[in-house]
Design a protein around this ligand. Structure first.
Ligand SMILES: O=C(O)CCC(=O)C(=O)O
Ligand SMILES: [Fe+2]
Length: 206
């Protein structure tokens, strides 16, 4: 994968990123789209374990239902119609990007982090962690991107399976018109999601 070039599928590692706050990043990961069907490239899905594809497709169906439910509730909470957020983020073309994080045991966990502090680029992230502690939520606020990072364990491998819910790349994202008023003017410019992602990955102003 090469996120800076817009290739967000495939295997990657934080190891090569060098130093962060005097610590080493210590994680491997795999990204691949699971929805919509037109965005799925099975060539980047792992061939093992057996049944991976079937399990993932079933999981994706549940994720789509959950996403619809969450969008409905989040819209209602903002005083919008139930379908407003789902529609604003691409309707049936919404992209589900599966990531699998692998944090091997690290002999000196105090000198390492799994993932450096970051906010996700997605509209929503649904995270399935295993039982090994590691996710640290660093700040919080309703509907704001949450800064978070992960740590590593001395003895245990940790894994996590976030699904990033994203608008389609060509889809324009920006403040919902019904939420822009004289009192609350637009804080962000509307732009294509792929352009937003490009700026975020390359740390360019939005
Ligand atoms: O491993 C975790 O618990 C979180 C992973 C994460 O933040 C990410 O992959 O963006
Ligand atoms: Fe994250």
């Amino acid at each position: 994968m090469d996120p800076a070039e817009g290739k967000t599928e495939g295997y990657g590692s934080t190891l090569r990123k060098g130093d962060l706050e005097g610590k080493k990043a210590w994680a491997d990961f795999l990204f691949h789209n699971v929805a919509p069907p037109a965005a799925v490239n099975h060539a980047v899905w792992p061939e093992s374990p057996e049944g991976y594809r079937e399990a993932n497709e079933a999981y994706c169906g549940h994720m789509l239902r959950l996403t619809r439910e969450l969008f409905g509730r989040l819209s209602a909470e903002l005083g919008l119609q139930e379908g407003a957020m789902a529609e604003a983020f691409g309707g049936d073309d919404v992209v589900l990007l599966q990531k699998i994080n692998f944090y091997p045991p690290c002999p000196q966990p105090e000198l390492a982090l799994g993932l450096a502090p970051h906010t996700d680029m997605s509209t929503l992230t649904v995270l399935l962690p295993d039982e090994v502690q590691g996710l640290q939520i660093m700040s919080n606020g309703r509907y704001k991107a949450v800064l978070h990072r992960t740590t590593v364990s001395r003895e245990k491998t940790r894994m996590s399976w976030p699904v990033f819910v994203e608008p389609p790349p060509e889809h324009a994202v920006g403040p919902h018109p019904q939420l822009v008023t004289d009192e609350f003017p637009a804080k962000y410019k509307a732009k294509k999601f792929k352009d937003y992602k490009y700026c975020k990955i390359n740390k360019l102003p939005q």
